[in-house]
Write a protein that binds this ligand. Structure first.
Ligand code: FPP
Length: 246
């Protein structure tokens, strides 16, 4: 599989769906699917780094996921701790820095501590930024930004006319990240499930029928190839894009 370097998306965001079904199909408990999902995470992180992706954002735990059975939530929280401890050396070697988007303050103290350490130890990584969306909700993120704006206006520190798209964008938990170029969802569902709604307005979408634990580097590169063949118009006409007009 060839990947055209000029066509590698700068920011890839992934909805990793299908872990539960992967486990159930094998008569295993759902957390087993998440463990296998962590293996796929490792492969995709390596694949993105090797292809030259600069930002990789993974939807690891949504705000809505708190309503899952406690045993599953606990298993995921432990898995994040394990991931933080096991992967730190390789992430450092590959010069990948880790960050969190969403509401890390909602996570149990042990998970938060392990992630804080991972963030601190990988902080110097300049080749790729891996962002984990944890207790993340795009709507809540947006509401948070609007509340900040309202509070500043209330204190006379911001004028309503200063609140525009770039102000809101900068005050989301993704504020330091560029907009995603490519959003991948595995698991055969065709929805975005509250993932990066403000940031993804011009993202190309790629839906894979594969369950997340079955998604490999080869599938990632195939998604990049499809992305490379798309014409991104950002509201312009095809003719304007071809002439390279801004
Ligand atoms: C959705 O599949 C997946 C999740 C809620 C968790 C994603 C977590 C991982 C891939 C684990 C490892 C991640 C990191 C960053 C170490 P689902 O359980 O909703 O699948 P289903 O639709 O088949 O039930």
């Amino acid at each position: 599989m060839s990947t055209n370097a000029a066509r590698v998306p700068r920011h890839v965001a992934i909805i990793m769906d299908g872990n539960g079904r992967w486990a159930v199909a094998r008569g295993k408990p759902r957390p087993e699917g998440h463990r296998e999902g962590a293996r796929a995470v490792r492969e995709v992180v390596r694949g993105c780094r090797a292809a030259g992706v600069e930002y990789l954002t993974l939807y690891a735990f949504s705000l809505a996921n708190w309503s899952r059975p406690k045993t599953e939530v606990d298993a995921l929280m432990r898995l994040f701790v394990l991931f933080a401890k096991k992967e730190v050396e390789e992430l450092r070697e590959r010069e990948i820095s880790v960050g969190v988007i969403g509401r890390p303050e909602d996570l149990p103290a042990t998970t938060r501590k392990a992630l804080d350490e991972l963030i601190r130890k990988t902080a110097g990584g300049k080749k790729m930024r891996l962002s984990l969306a944890l207790s993340y909700s795009g709507r809540e993120d947006l509401i948070g930004a609007v509340r900040q704006a309202a509070a500043l206006v209330d204190r006379g520190k911001l004028r309503p006319e200063e609140i525009d798209g770039s102000w809101i964008r900068a005050h989301l938990s993704t504020g330091i990240l560029p907009d995603p170029d490519l959003v991948i969802r595995t698991g055969g569902e065709y929805r975005l499930s509250d993932f990066l709604p403000f940031e993804s307005v011009y993202a190309e979408l790629h839906f894979s029928p594969l369950l997340w634990p079955d998604f490999t580097e080869k599938d990632l590169l195939a998604a990049f190839d499809t992305y490379g063949g798309r014409e991104r118009r950002f509201g312009r006409t095809s003719e304007q894009v071809k002439k390279g007009q801004e």
